[in-house]
Design a protein around this ligand. Structure first.
Ligand code: GLG
Length: 838
């Protein structure tokens, strides 16, 4: 077999003609896939056929690089990052892979050659919505950066048959529709029916003495499920590294229970199959909150167990002993969702691979890192002990043993501090007993990190304070980042072209280089071109809004956008209070010279989160009245953009003038939408929360619209006793806005509809909207003033983009690699496997 190495990285001419990168190669491959994969002649091909042919054409090129990457894994025994995440919100693949392969224009031409518009094909792709929001999207950005930085990595998660629900709006209310993303097949994944692991549930344990006289525990489960690997290639930008995302699908070990079948119980026979497959059936649609649902724990354990077994198999396959597992793998726990991994790795090492406890604990403690993504107390995962014991009896034993040893250590350091011991314990013993997953993750990890400076500080002083005092050296901050490939190059081609025309394309991999744009902020011609790009993006979004909602918006108005999950702490209803305030001004003074604004909202509410759904209804109700009031005369428009997802996000961020990042300070761990807006030239109105703090630091206070209480002030006012009603009574504008909502004005005369919302503001106001209201409205007035001066605004926007270098996920991943995972890049060289594939 002749295998030649081609030195050129991501060369446009590889020797392997099957996956060549020239237009001729691509044309041929496209037509071959149309014919041999889809079984179509061009004259009968549908849009889906063309999309599939394009996808397979691109995928072939990914697979070539993937094969080379795996070859290096095996040959060079490099340390690998295992990123465990219950969510990966990837978004559509085709466009992104074309960008990363650097064949966007060629594929556009190849598709035009078969008479198909590329944009129609890109639009046609169903996105894998295997995540709720920021956390899952962060995981996807990190996979892109890991590959781009040439770090060997595997993402591990669940192949949900149904991802995050599709959102429809009916009569102003959110209606959830099942997400059938696999309906037309998924050309990006490769099923590996031979890569399977068994995962045990339930049953009981019994002690025994092994041959060496050691006391051990044997687990006899009452149910076994099989996990099957589905692999998706993840290519880096203009490199040959192609990592993989390995997602697990659950199946029954035996699809038919023949005993039941033979006695005529057909339904009984398939029950086992249905039951097992349930595990990977659907994503839980809650982003900040979990309820103690058994299926959720089953999902977590299922994917964690498959993933750890897989890593162990890979480790053993290269001939290494498991004592060195932590030297070959660095495993990151993306939130507490996969934290049962700490107990599972102990079980695998001790029970299945017969390692002694101390060695196994050494390996475990050195392999894991834990990222915390939220301070919200209701989002900290705890499992009722009884539920945990029923499902994972052996793991509970292991957790008790870890806890016993851990608390013994703690007692030496803090003798007689029982309160502290109770707080650190892996088991919550007050009232009903719970397993505390964050504590398990902290005890079982080498490194613990928050996702923005402020968040990490708050972790150290609040929810993880005791752990910080115990092990300050384990803590560090890793401020989130987003990938400029998807969030600039792919979604904003106009801006990318403009930036390239002045400073080249080096910034796409080294985002700090955007700094060079600073000198263009004062350049008239550049500013005009910049404005033209923004206007084009706004026109495109306006067309999409019209198509999706029937609302026609004016691209010359300021696009003021808040897109993210709907949650009280994110305060979409504060934004609504501002809208109502503007509306009241117009009603009071019909001739008012007001800056025309289009206020756009988008985001899903967890299906069981009543208040969030009521906020959606409120937005739509206000929109309905405002948009139809002739007195407003197009100075104010309100839009709720339905079904906000990665695909629509790619059209929304580039069209924004103003980015709303208005969470109560101390509540949003980081935020990543804030970064995407800013990278696309929107200015931010925001509180000092999450990564807003660092965005403001980077872009400069003059280029950021700051308002509201600080996290410290929020905490202080709360502790002193906060009285929202007195604010309501003393602020006439606020009162007018709230009263209008409460009066039934926006609800066809029904004063009850929004009463729960109004009451929660007046009598509780957990997220302190009223405290921040005036500061927000004043700040919005400054925004309007600034927008009137287009040149000044554009200068600020350019400086925002120029100073966003820090928020590339490449920077974040470099920090994780250096400080947590201790892994280094490995350049993959292309190899011609010509004789193998010709
Ligand atoms: C969390 C937080 C966000 C954060 C994201 C990624 O709420 O503030 O940006 O993770 O770290 N559940 C989330 O989306």
């Amino acid at each position: 077999m002749a295998q030649r190495k081609s030195k050129k990285t991501n060369s446009n001419k590889t020797d392997c003609s099957r996956t060549g990168m020239t237009l001729i190669d691509l044309n041929r491959c496209f037509n071959e896939h149309l014919f041999y994969t889809q079984g179509r002649l061009p004259l009968s091909a549908t849009l889906n056929d063309h999309y599939m042919a394009a996808a397979y054409t691109v995928r072939d090129r990914l697979l070539h690089r993937w094969v080379c990457t795996v070859r290096d894994f095996i040959r060079e025994g490099v340390k690998v990052v295992g990123y465990l995440s219950a969510e990966f919100l990837l978004g559509p693949h085709l466009g992104n892979n074309m960008i990363n392969l650097d064949i966007f224009d060629e594929v556009r031409e190849a598709s035009e050659n078969v008479g198909r518009n590329l944009d129609a094909m890109l639009d046609h792709e169903e996105e894998p919505g295997l995540g709720n929001g920021g956390l899952g999207r962060l995981a996807a950005c990190y996979l892109d950066s890991l590959a781009t930085l040439e770090i060997p990595a595997i993402g591990y998660g669940i192949r949900y048959e149904f991802g995050i629900f599709d959102q429809e709006i009916r009569d102003g209310w959110q209606v959830e529709k099942t997400d059938k993303w696999l309906r037309l097949g998924n050309p990006w994944e490769i099923p590996r029916p031979e890569v399977t692991y068994e995962v045990k549930f339930g049953g009981h344990t019994a002690g025994y003495c092994d041959d060496g006289g050691c006391y051990r525990s044997r687990w006899t489960p009452d149910r076994v499920v099989r996990g099957i690997a589905y692999d998706t290639p993840i290519l880096g930008y203009k490199v040959n590294t192609c990592n993989m995302l390995r997602l697990w699908k659950a199946e029954a070990v035996e699809s038919f229970d023949f005993a039941s079948f033979n006695v005529g119980n057909y339904y009984g026979a398939v029950h086992e199959k249905v039951y097992s497959e349930n595990i990977s059936k659907v994503l839980y649609p809650n982003d900040e909150q979990i309820q103690g649902k058994q299926l959720r724990l089953e999902q977590q354990y299922f994917f964690v167990s498959c993933s750890l077994q897989d890593m162990i198999r890979l480790h053993l396959a290269i001939g290494k002993s498991l004592e060195y597992f932590h030297e070959e793998f660095a495993i990151q726990l993306n939130d507490t969702h996969p934290s049962v991994a700490v107990a599972e790795l102990m079980r695998l090492l001790v029970d299945e691979h017969h390692m002694d406890w101390d060695t196994a604990w050494h390996v475990t403690r050195n392999v894991f890192g834990y990222t915390n993504h939220t301070l919200l107390p209701e989002a900290l995962e705890r499992w009722p002990l009884r539920l945990f014991a029923n499902l994972l009896p052996r793991h509970l034993e292991i957790i008790f043993e870890i806890n016993r040893r851990f608390l013994d250590e703690v007692r030496v350091i803090y003798p007689d501090d029982e309160a502290r011991i109770a707080r650190l314990s892996l088991i919550d013993e007050q009232g009903e007993r719970y397993v505390r997953m964050a504590n398990l993750a902290c005890v079982g990890s080498r490194a613990i990190n928050g996702v923005a400076k402020l968040h990490t500080e708050l972790l150290k002083t609040t929810v993880l304070k005791d752990f910080y005092e115990l092990w300050p050296e384990k803590f560090s901050n890793k401020t989130n980042g987003v990938t400029p490939r998807r969030w600039m190059v792919l979604s904003n081609p106009g801006l990318t072209r403009l930036i390239r025309s002045r400073i080249g394309g080096g910034w796409i991999k080294k985002l700090d280089r955007l700094k060079r744009l600073e000198s263009y902020a004062g350049d008239d011609a550049f500013r005009r071109e910049w404005q033209a790009v923004k206007t084009g993006n706004k026109q495109a979004l306006a067309a999409l809004i019209l198509e999706r909602t029937g609302i026609s918006v004016n691209p010359d108005s300021m696009f003021d956008i808040q897109v993210k999950r709907i949650h009280e702490y994110k305060r979409q209803h504060l934004n609504v209070l501002h809208v109502v305030t503007l509306y009241n001004r117009l009603r009071r003074n019909p001739g008012l010279d007001m800056l025309p604004r289009t206020v756009i909202f988008g985001g899903k509410a967890a299906p069981s989160y009543y208040m969030a759904k009521l906020i959606i209804k409120l937005i739509n109700s206000v929109a309905d009245v405002v948009n139809h009031d002739p007195a407003v005369r197009n100075r104010l428009k309100v839009v709720f953009f339905p079904d906000f997802n990665v695909k629509s996000a790619q059209k929304i961020y580039p069209a924004a003038d103003l980015s709303e990042q208005i969470s109560t300070a101390g509540k949003e761990a980081s935020g990543t939408g804030n970064m995407k807006f800013s990278m696309n030239g929107a200015l931010t109105i925001g509180t000092l929360d999450g990564a807003n703090v660092e965005i403001r630091e980077e872009v400069g206070a003059d280029n950021f619209f700051l308002f509201g209480l600080t996290a410290e002030e929020v905490a202080r006012i709360k502790s002193e006793g906060y009285d929202p009603r007195s604010i309501y009574l003393s602020n006439p504008d606020l009162r007018e806005a709230i009263d209008l909502i409460g009066s039934g004005f926006f609800s066809r005369g029904d004063p009850d509809l929004f009463k729960p919302l109004v009451d929660s503001l007046l009598y509780q106001d957990e997220y302190m909207l009223l405290a921040d209201y005036q500061s927000y409205v004043d700040c919005q007035d400054r925004v309007s003033e600034a927008y009137r001066d287009r040149d000044r605004w554009t200068r600020m926007a350019i400086l925002n983009v120029a100073r966003m270098g820090k928020f590339s996920s490449d920077r974040a991943i470099r920090e994780y690699c250096r400080e947590i995972w201790r892994v280094s890049p490995n350049t993959v060289e292309m190899e011609d496997f010509g004789d193998l594939v010709r």
